[in-house]
Ligand binder design. Structure first.
Ligand SMILES: [Zn+2]
Ligand SMILES: [Zn+2]
Length: 955
């Protein structure tokens, strides 16, 4: 590593070089044995979709994780950040289908196997983008442990989880109402339906009463096409208007089907006419009503949203075309009683934006209530800490009202459900166990049943559905560590320490991990093959594997102990990054800013700093150019400070002192050194400040107050270290050896500590500069060095107090100078007074840096209060400071200058007034131009008045 530091800070070059080195040298590979400190820190990366590339939102999440991971690693914890990707069933299938469509290919034409092969091929070619980006952005993951949700080991975890839950009766199959996406051709979960307020129409339709010509019941609906599947109309049992009609029938218009008038308390008498149509196959409430009254369930729609053969004359029409036709036909028949505009919530598919159709369908479900109870308990008992607090309440409420989860998807890309159906008798037979075999490099269930245990038939077909992607991600914290096997990784790193995720996936993912983790991971061995055989019978439901589980030697934690089965100890829900318009960042939605582009422009370190410095818990971040420029300026400041040190080193090296003498690790360890002949105040002070900042940063990071950690470090590095300390001790660095050596040693020790303090936020810059300092032989990276720790001798209240007073005096002088508009380089004399002898002593001892930093030529001291007639005064409880006019300026020159400026301003004001008075200009110019001109004029008038006052003062 060359010692010279280039003049310009060029993050692009530095960052690419280190990103590659960290990856190639496997700097972040974690061991899986207990370390000496006994502390472990493990965190699983929320697996990004394999389809994706990184947006700024990921970048915030990854920076926060990386900051904590680097901090723990530097503090000596056995640290693992486990990365991986999610196969993202619906999203990936969507992307690949779109690509195929560009070539005129439909997946149905390819067939399932060939389509899956194409997706794998696509994954091999394009699926590694995020990984490359993360490496480039410096994420300190252990890439040797990278996982993919569809890889064989994780496939096995999914099989194991499914089979256990199935045998326990927690997974069941049934025909229920689901959210159907006619574009994606699959059921989706409640969470994947996004509700939008939309303005549509509501139609009133007359249903003729059978046997009473000219009498009608009027119903209101926003989806008239569903009437094709109506099997009743309902009224409230106590509604006097309709009591006499219950038990009679209406004739369903257009279909000419007689359907009963039923009474059910579900009907709201106050709403509309108090009569509702009942369509059990297309509405969740109607489905319940239908069950109570044993009504037929008529599905009138095809998978892709067309009317099916149950829709009579409308069969074959697309659902919205059918709606138009139906309304027109009703109108023609005089059965449309009214129509009006109506705003209501419309459910759309989160993936493709198509309007979701509530629809009766045979699907797989997971019972959630029994899983939610233990999850609630661990959160209430504090076994899992949720930050921020309001998210804890949101989580608990959601668990309280949880509904069963539809886990099957009619997709081809994903974990296929390990259940076989007997073609002869419809018996369902699960795979005997979670063993897998590898075919063409991909996993599939090995223990495939060959015969129906009920009827003996051998024609069995595997269920066609795959599992919701979130099923496999729900196992992520333990499946990635080797579960269900009892692996060293699982023992060392599970439960994981922390999960950091966006609050937008609290229910999708975080909550499900808690539920699945508690239920499954307490017992870490796979189901025994014999156990599988027992439960392959039709009585398999309700089988409790835990009850007959063989002894599990080697598992150190007792079975069922929730503390050992929680997936993470702490859950931190981070802010979201929003665009200027406040939309959530997402690549597929086109709003995601490419962090690599920002990085290319300003550097990754600057982007990281900007993101964390704004990441106050509970508030969303809005991107801004100013902020990133400020972050970039900070990086530059540090670079220049390092450059200053190395450039000035030459003078002392000329006296035969080497960098090694001044800055070796051993030398740094003994700082601060006393500087003889002169006060050591600034040295004692900087180490005292360092001690304070270290503890502030440790506390802030522990509590996820990333922005506070960032700001503390910023103020220390830029303010304390660069602006005060370096400036203060500059002359000492060039003094004779007896002074220069200890001063240099202190400054290098403080600089080295500051770099290590900053490393978790700005890893690249600090790595680069750390290598310029002498390090122990074999030291590979600042990331593996220690986080700074305060020493007992560092905190120094007296030094902080004295320094604060001196800084106050210097700032007072600078403020007066600015007010007097003095030439920044012009030294002037000042008067100083204090009633306190100790203050006088302090000033006297530090007179040299004080004069230098305040750009003063002299300080006339007294104990009398200073009058302001001779010049402006700044006062504090302890002192007065004054810069006398006579001394500060050439009065006549100042007067001339002020007069000239007043003259110039007067002319400017006059011309602006004339322009504004011009009616032609006013009527033609855009309003903004006029407003701006008015504002500028107002400013000029104030400036003019100020100058005028000042001139009077001078004369
Ligand atoms: Zn969809
Ligand atoms: Zn059978």
């Amino acid at each position: 590593m060359p010692r010279e530091i280039p003049k310009a800070y060029e993050p692009q070059e530095i960052e690419q070089r280190w990103a590659k080195a960290w990856f190639d040298e496997r700097i972040f590979t974690a061991e899986n044995s207990r370390n000496t400190s006994g502390r472990t820190f493990s965190i699983a990366l929320p697996p990004p979709n394999v389809t994706g590339s990184i947006h700024i939102g990921h970048m915030l999440e990854h920076t926060q994780i990386d900051m904590l991971v680097r901090w723990h690693r530097m503090r000596g914890d056995l640290t693992l950040w486990l990365p991986g990707m999610d196969h993202a069933g619906i999203a990936t299938q969507f992307v690949v289908e779109r690509k195929l469509a560009e070539q005129g290919i439909r997946r149905q034409g390819l067939g399932r196997e060939e389509f899956e092969r194409r997706v794998w091929q696509w994954k091999a070619e394009s699926g590694g983008v995020i990984k490359q980006q993360m490496i480039r952005l410096g994420a300190s993951c252990d890439w040797t442990r990278e996982k993919f949700t569809l890889e064989p080991a994780l496939y096995r975890s999914v099989l194991e989880a499914f089979l256990r839950l199935y045998r326990e009766g927690l997974i069941y199959r049934g025909r229920y109402m689901v959210n159907w996406c006619p574009r994606c051709l699959t059921a989706i979960s409640d969470l994947e339906v996004v509700h939008h307020e939309r303005t549509g129409e509501i139609w009133d339709i007359r249903y003729p009463i059978v046997g009473s010509p000219g009498e009608f019941l009027t119903v209101a609906t926003t989806r008239p096409e569903t009437m094709l599947g109506d099997t009743a109309v309902a009224v409230h049992p106590e509604d006097d208007r309709y009591k006499h009609l219950v038990g009679k029938k209406v004739l369903l218009p257009l279909m000419n089907r007689e359907i009963p008038i039923i009474a059910d308390t579900y009907v709201d008498r106050e709403f509309g006419t108090g009569v509702v149509k009942i369509t059990p196959a297309h509405d969740p409430n109607d489905f319940e009503v239908g069950k109570r009254h044993h009504l037929a369930e008529i599905d009138i729609m095809t998978d892709d949203g067309h009317i099916n053969s149950n829709g009579g004359p409308y069969a074959g029409l697309e659902r919205f075309a059918a709606r138009g036709r139906i309304v027109a036909d009703l109108e023609a028949q005089g059965l449309l009683a009214g129509r009006k505009e109506h705003t209501h919530a419309v459910g759309t598919c989160d993936r493709c934006k198509a309007i979701v159709e509530p629809r009766l369908s045979t699907q797989w479900f997971m019972k959630m209530k029994p899983l939610a109870e233990p999850a609630k308990k661990v959160v209430l008992d504090g076994l899992i800490e949720v930050v921020p607090e309001n998210q804890r309440t949101i989580l608990l409420n959601w668990l309280e009202g949880i509904r069963d989860w539809c886990i099957s998807r009619q997709l081809w890309w994903g974990h296929r459900i390990p259940i076989w159906h007997c073609v002869a008798c419809n018996e369902m037979i699960p795979a005997a166990n979670s063993d897998i075999e590898i075919v063409d490099g991909h996993a599939r269930a090995k223990s495939v049943p060959s015969q129906c245990p009920k009827c003996g038939a051998s024609k069995l077909e595997q269920d066609k559905d795959v599992l919701d992607t979130w099923f496999s991600s729900g196992l992520w914290p333990f499946s990635t560590l080797g579960w269900p096997d009892d692996t060293p990784d699982l023992r060392t790193y599970y439960p994981t320490s922390l999960l950091i995720s966006g609050y937008d996936i609290l229910f999708f993912w975080d909550a499900r991990m808690i539920m699945m983790g508690l239920h499954l991971s307490a017992r870490r061995f796979p189901t025994d093959a014999s156990e599988g055989k027992t439960s392959a019978s039709s009585e398999g439901r309700g089988f409790n594997p835990a009850a007959s589980d063989p002894a599990t030697p080697g598992v150190s934690t007792p079975e069922g102990n929730p503390a050992s089965a929680i997936p993470f100890h702490r859950l931190y829900l981070h802010s979201l990054v929003r665009t200027g318009e406040g939309a959530k960042m997402s690549k597929t939605k086109g709003t995601g800013k490419d962090p690599l582009q920002v990085t290319e422009q300003y550097g990754t370190d600057a982007l990281r700093y900007m993101l964390v410095s704004m990441a106050a818990p509970g508030t969303d971040i809005v991107m801004s150019e100013d902020r990133i420029l400020a972050a970039r300026a900070f990086a530059n400041k540090i670079w220049n400070a390092a450059r200053f040190l190395f450039v000035n080193l030459e003078k002392i090296e000329a006296q035969g002192i080497s960098l090694e003498d001044l800055a070796s690790p051993d030398t740094r360890a003994n700082a601060p050194y006393a500087v003889p002949g002169e006060t050591s105040l600034a040295h004692r002070w900087i180490f005292s400040r360092l001690a304070a900042v270290i503890s502030q940063v440790n506390e802030a990071l522990h509590d996820f107050r990333f922005h506070e950690a960032a700001q503390s470090i910023y103020h220390f590095f830029w303010g304390d270290f660069c602006d005060w300390y370096i400036e203060w001790v500059k002359p000492q660095l060039a003094a004779e050896k007896s002074i220069a050596i200890p001063a240099w040693r202190n400054i290098f020790a403080a600089f080295d500590a500051a770099l290590r303090l900053l490393h978790p936020i700005m890893p690249f810059l600090t790595e680069e500069l750390w290598h310029r300092l002498p390090q122990s032989s074999g030291a590979r990276s600042i990331a593996l060095d220690a986080f700074p720790e305060s020493r007992v001798s560092w905190p120094d209240a007296a030094a902080e107090k004295d320094m604060a007073l001196l800084q106050e005096i210097i700032i007072a002088a600078r403020n007066i100078r600015a007010e007097m508009k003095l030439d920044p380089k012009k030294k002037v004399g000042a008067d100083f007074s204090s009633p306190d002898a100790a203050v006088h002593k302090l000033v006297e001892l530090n007179l040299d840096p004080l004069l230098r930093l305040a750009t003063l030529s002299s300080l006339a001291t007294s104990s009398e209060r200073l009058e302001s007639s001779k010049g402006p005064v700044r006062s504090s409880a302890q002192f007065d400071l004054r810069i006398p006019y006579a001394d500060a300026m050439d009065k006549s020159a100042e007067i001339a200058k002020a007069k000239k400026e007043i003259d110039r301003l007067s002319k400017d004001i006059e011309s602006k007034r004339a322009r504004l008075a011009d009616e032609t200009f006013r009527s033609k110019a855009p309003a903004k131009i006029v407003a701006d001109l008015e504002a500028t004029l107002a400013e000029r008038v104030i400036e003019h008045q100020k100058l005028f006052d000042r001139l009077k003062q001078l004369e």
